[in-house]
Design a protein around this ligand. Structure first.
Ligand code: ATP
Length: 439
């Protein structure tokens, strides 16, 4: 008997599970940890790569081409002045004079007492630039200032002409990039939600100004569809347009895709109409023409940009929250991640029912692994325990080789979500897995 699943997850449950099963560890944990930094273990690494792959595939569309690039993590000061980050990339902060705790002043009510110590003795609100600054070059006196990038987007804008002239693409088209971004957040918190080093998946879509509204509406819907396709709970997703006073200095329109986390509705992805602000700024500051020639109108113009920007880590956290399920089977509680199969870090597990069957079961496993690399083989423990281990890491399929397998040339396959089992021919294993992975 199986009861329908519930989703009672808390942040603490997830953090503990991620550590216990090797998804995510705190950076330099043996030295006491580094606040706002995390390392990914085997399962976390595979999960993140699958998220990247799903994101890349989700961008293709009929309106124009998508190209990919990978920029460097450090950029020269001049570039960050042109983009506005040196002047504008500030967060307001305030300190409690009693307990010395620091807060984002826009995240707390300064009319009230300190959420940490309960007293009310605030410093003035000050602004703090969140970029990590560094010196480039060996001799400090001659070194130039560089910044670790706080967003991946600028690498795309400064390479716009390089990509346009080498990729045989025409406007409208997109340049997409996945890579690290660094923000010296005042209060990193909620695990992967607000980190100081994180990964962004950003796509800048270049289009004519007169098409920008249509393109904005198109991408807004397409990005929401992506989250639906990942299988995230539709009730926990919404699009929220920014109010006028929330808009960034460059943006005329921004919508966030928000997810209803256990700590409230929060931004998962931002979709922004950036106008031609960035290309115009780089044209001015670098003294290089970044305009495009329109053959029909016989005139040059600087294209508008629609940006879609999501954090890989924040999305990974969202997927963990959304997929975590508990149900009861024969009076016992089990927990599992109901990952979409293409997202699951491990695609299938193979078990011989008894140690005596290890050899033929392993031969099948080795064959399948040539085509589907991320599968596991497990001989230890009762079959029930082996199923639970795979459920807990979200493996969609478990294959059990039993005493009838050799003679009948069949194997049983168990579905993670329903726990239902069926017998299939050994020759059918690979197509079976492939069908599930594309479902
Ligand atoms: P927030 O308001 O949450 O600080 P933001 O509006 O500053 O986010 P953007 O600059 O629009 O964020 O960045 C795009 C995406 O990058 C966000 O939607 C989020 O998914 C991710 N992101 C931003 N900051 C962080 C962070 N500190 N840790 C993890 N992911 C982040």
């Amino acid at each position: 008997m199986k009861e329908s699943p519930k989703n009672p997850v808390t942040l603490d449950t997830l953090v503990a599970l991620c550590k216990r099963r090797g998804f995510i560890f705190q950076t330099a944990e043996i030295y006491g940890g580094l606040n706002g930094f995390y390392d990914f273990g085997h399962l976390g690494t595979l999960l993140k790569e699958n998220i990247r792959q799903n994101w890349r595939n989700s961008l293709f569309n009929k309106k124009g081409e998508i190209t990919f690039m990978e920029g460097s993590l450090i950029g020269p000061e001049a570039m960050w002045i042109a983009s506005g980050h040196v002047q504008n990339f500030h967060d307001p902060m305030v300190d409690c004079m009693e307990c010395k705790h620091r807060f984002r002043s826009d995240h707390i009510d300064l009319e009230k007492s300190c959420p940490n110590c309960g007293k009310k003795n605030w410093t003035e609100v000050r602004t703090f630039n969140m970029m990590f600054k560094t010196n480039i070059g060996a001799a400090e006196a001659h070194a130039s200032t560089g910044y670790l990038r706080p967003e991946t987007a600028q690498a795309i804008f400064v390479n716009f002409k390089n990509v346009l002239s080498t990729s045989r693409v025409k406007i409208p088209f997109g340049i997409a990039q996945i890579g690290k971004a660094f923000r010296n957040e005042i209060t990193p918190k909620q695990f992967l939600f607000r980190m100081r080093e994180f990964e962004q998946m950003e796509m800048e879509w270049f289009c004519k100004a007169e098409d920008a509204q249509e393109m904005f509406d198109f991408w807004r819907q397409k990005r929401l569809d992506f989250y639906h396709d990942l299988g995230l709970d539709k009730e926990k997703l919404r699009l929220r347009p920014h109010e006028k006073d929330e808009l960034s200095h460059y943006s005329s329109q921004t919508d966030d895709v928000e997810y209803n986390f256990p700590f409230g509705w929060k931004e998962l992805e931002g979709i922004a109409h950036r106008g031609n602000y960035d290309l115009t700024q780089h044209t001015k500051h670098a003294g290089k023409d970044l305009a495009v020639f329109d053959e029909q109108a016989k005139a040059s113009y600087v294209p508008d940009v629609i940006e879609c920007s999501v954090g890989s880590d924040r999305l990974l956290l969202t997927i963990l929250f959304d997929s975590y399920k508990e149900d009861t089977i024969d009076g016992e509680t089990r927990n599992y991640f109901a990952f979409k199969p293409s997202i699951a870090p491990i695609k299938a597990a193979f078990f011989p029912l008894s140690k005596k069957l290890e050899e033929p079961a392993r031969a099948i496993f080795d064959d399948i692994r040539k085509v589907v690399p991320h599968i596991q083989f497990d001989v230890s423990g009762s079959i029930g325990k082996r199923y639970r281990r795979q459920d807990e890491i979200g493996t969609p399929l478990c294959f059990t080789y039993d005493f009838d397998s050799a003679e009948s040339n069949t194997i049983t396959v168990r579905d993670r979500n329903t726990t239902k089992q069926e017998r299939i021919a050994i020759d059918e294993i690979l197509p079976y897995i492939q069908k599930v992975l594309t479902s």
